[in-house]
Every structure is written in structure tokens, then in C-alpha cells.
Design a protein around this ligand. Structure first.
Ligand code: SF4
Length: 373
């Protein structure tokens, strides 16, 4: 564990914080978006905001795959499994995500066969163990998890598993970043680029952000020192008038990405013309559907999809939080009607959700401190 320990070394983190204070212009307000939900979680978990000067604002981005899924897609997946009698499988992150008639766990409590899996391969295994039942995998995630779905589908095809299908909700990060950059109410000075997604897509796809928008991008790791160092790199770029893509996470992220994974994605998936994102609306070419070669495994071909569109409860401000316009605690429901125990929006469910992270690492601690006084 020596390697990780060094990235959590308090003295190194404090010296990075000093460097940030030295580099930050006190007359300027910096807005830096961390795109990835894993970064949001790490920022709250390690209390990094408390180490930054007040004029550096971290804006949470849309990189939590469960959070950007509109409620209608959750309803669609649950409806397909319920009416067809298929076994519903999904990652643990999905289990408590509310649909309009309940979460997968609530459907399970009502008697539906819902099973949590750790990988799509587990879902395929369930299909092979239950040849007389249809098994349906509710796939979510960015380019980080899409390759594991692609490789599972390759395997299902190779061994001819006929009772297995995938309901793909995989999304791609670049169109979402484009939508944020085009949003008139959003001013950003820089991006902390997503570490997990970049292990697959590499750094090259972010070059348009630096070139066309003059906005620096630093792809970052997830340890506290990674994030502090990434902010140092961003401030150097801003102070020197540069806008480039830099790779702080070079120990994991190859500049050109993971070519075998990208090939698997290109074979199994095709870009959908449009897909709805919670908070960002319909974004063209932003999601992955199964390619015609894998139509036999496509739940949207095999079953009738209701195509439900559900708006979030009126008072819920998930969309504004996802776009970085509001901080989680600025939502009217935060910590009152909406808590991790009784979530109203998916941002309060997923470990990568900004609301869950703020509630767990800030709100709850502040509440405990008040109780102890
Ligand atoms: S507190 Fe709940 S309702 Fe409000 S933005 Fe967060 S998840 Fe959505």
C-alpha cells in the first residue's frame, strides 16, 4: 500500500495547498469543473475544499452515470422485466435509484426477480444457469464500463446464449462536456478531466476544449494529492496564458486510450442519434445502442419499450446540480425530503452523486458537530 499512502501524505498535500495559494490570483474567482463523480466523491471525502482558497470554486459535473439517467429509462427497464417475466440484473448502484413506481429494490420487495451483479459477466452466468428464463441486464455507465458490456456480449454471441439481453444506457462523456460548454449560464475556467473514462478514451478527445474554447483540461487521478496537483497544473496554465490538455494521471491513463477496449466498443455498439440526459436534455450522438450485429441481444429489439418520459418532482433540482449551476445544499429538498435513506433524485443514491457525497461528508458531519456542542 506504500504507493497509495504517498498520494494521501498530509505533508505533501499541505505543500500542494500552499502552492495553490501562491499561484491563485486573489483578485480572480476561479471556477473549475470536476467532470467525474469519482472526483466529486474524493473531494468531499478528503475535505479538499477546506484546503483551497475561497476564490477557487469546484463545480461538480455530470460524470455520475446513474445520476444522468432520466427516470423514464429506469421505468422502461423495470417495466420490460415485469411484463416479460425476465430476471432483472443490474449493478448495485442502480438498485436504489427511484423510478416513478419505485426502485429496483422496491420492485424486488414486491416480488419481481431482481438480482444485483458485480459485472455483466455475472448476468450472463445467471442466463446460462437459467436457460428457461430470460435474463435482462440493465447496463449503465460511461466509456469506463461499456467495454465490459461489449466483451460480455461478444462472449454471449460466441457461445450462443439466447436468453440473455442488454438494455443499454451507456453514455459518452464528450457530448455532455460539449453541452456544458455551450450552455449560456455556465462560465468555467478549467476542467479536471475524468480519470476513469480517460483510461479507455485517452486524452486526445479533450483537445477541442483547449483549442476551441481556450479552457485548460488536466486529466486527474483520484487520490487527494492527484487532485491538488491537478489544480496546481491548471493554475500554471491559466497564469501562463496556456490552454492545453495535460495528463496528471499518466501512471494509469495512456494518451491514446485503451485500443482493444475502443475496438470492442466500435464492434458492439453504435451511437444513438439522440439520448435524453437528466438535467441536460436530449444530446445528439451521446449514447450507445447495440449495433445491428448484436440485435439478437438488444432488449430494445426483443421487447416492446414503453418509452416513458417522466419529469422529476417539481421541487427537485437535480438538473441544476448536474449542470453545476447549483450546489447540492442549494436544492430545496437537500437533507429534508431528500436524504440517502429516502432519496428523491439519483444524485442522492449513487456513491458518485454530488448530493450523496455532500450529505455524507459535510452535512452529516456538521449535524454531528452541532449535536456534540
Ligand atoms: S437533494 Fe435530492 S432532489 Fe435535490 S438535487 Fe439532490 S438528489 Fe435531486
Amino acid at each position: 500500500m506504500k504507493y497509495v499512502d504517498e498520494f494521501r501524505d498530509g505533508r505533501l498535500i499541505e505543500s500542494a495547498a500552499k502552492e495553490i495559494r501562491r499561484l491563485a490570483d486573489p483578485g480572480r474567482h476561479y471556477r473549475i469543473m470536476e467532470v467525474c463523480g469519482g472526483h466529486t466523491h474524493a473531494i468531499y471525502r478528503y475535505g479538499l475544499k477546506d484546503l483551497l482558497p475561497e476564490n477557487i470554486e469546484l463545480v461538480h459535473g455530470p460524470g455520475c452515470p446513474v445520476c444522468v439517467l432520466p427516470m423514464g429509462r429506469v421505468d422502461d427497464g423495470l417495466d420490460i422485466a415485469e411484463t416479460s417475466g425476465a430476471i432483472f440484473t443490474a449493478f448495485g448502484d442502480m438498485m436504489r435509484v427511484p423510478g416513478s413506481k419505485g426502485s429496483p429494490l422496491e420492485y424486488k420487495a414486491r416480488g419481481m426477480d431482481v438480482r444485483m451483479v458485480y459485472s455483466p459477466l455475472d448476468a450472463l452466468k445467471i442466463a446460462r444457469q437459467n436457460p428457461d428464463r430470460d435474463v435482462f441486464f440493465f447496463a449503465i455507465g460511461f466509456e469506463t464500463t461499456a467495454p465490459s458490456t461489449a466483451l460480455t456480449l461478444r462472449q454471449a454471441k460466441a457461445i450462443g446464449v439466447e436468453n440473455f439481453s442488454v438494455f443499454s444506457n451507456h453514455v459518452t462523456i464528450i457530448p455532455a462536456i460539449r453541452a456544458i460548454l455551450d450552455s449560456p449560464d455556465m462560465r468555467l475556467d478549467a476542467f479536471i478531466g475524468p480519470g476513469h473514462v480517460s483510461t479507455v478514451i485517452g486524452c486526445r478527445p479533450y483537445e477541442f476544449i483547449a483549442r476551441d474554447h481556450g479552457t485548460p483540461v488536466v486529466v486527474s487521478g483520484f487520490e487527494p494529492l492527484d487532485l491538488m496537483q491537478s489544480i496546481v497544473m491548471i493554475l500554471h496554465q491559466l497564469n501562463e496564458g496556456r490552454s492545453e490538455v495535460e495528463n496528471q494521471y499518466a501512471r494509469v491513463v495512456p494518451w491514446e486510450g485503451n485500443l482493444p477496449a475502443l475496438r470492442a466498443l466500435a464492434e458492439v455498439f453504435t451511437l444513438r442519434p439522440y439520448f435524453e440526459w437528466r438535467g441536460l436534455g436530449f444530446i445528439s450522438q451521446s449514447a450507445l445502442g447495440l449495433s445491428p450485429a448484436y440485435a439478437a441481444f438488444d432488449a430494445e429489439v426483443r421487447y416492446e419499450v414503453p418509452g416513458v418520459r417522466v419529469t422529476d418532482p417539481k421541487a427537485a433540482q437535480c438538473g441544476e446540480v448536474l449542470k453545476g449551476v447549483l450546489k447540492p445544499h442549494q436544492c430545496k429538498l437537500f437533507g429534508k425530503e431528500c436524504t440517502p435513506e429516502h432519496p428523491i433524485g439519483a444524485l442522492m443514491v449513487s456513491s458518485e452523486g454530488a448530493c450523496a457525497a455532500e450529505f455524507q461528508y459535510r452535512f452529516r458531519i456538521e449535524e454531528l458537530e452541532i449535536l456534540e456542542q
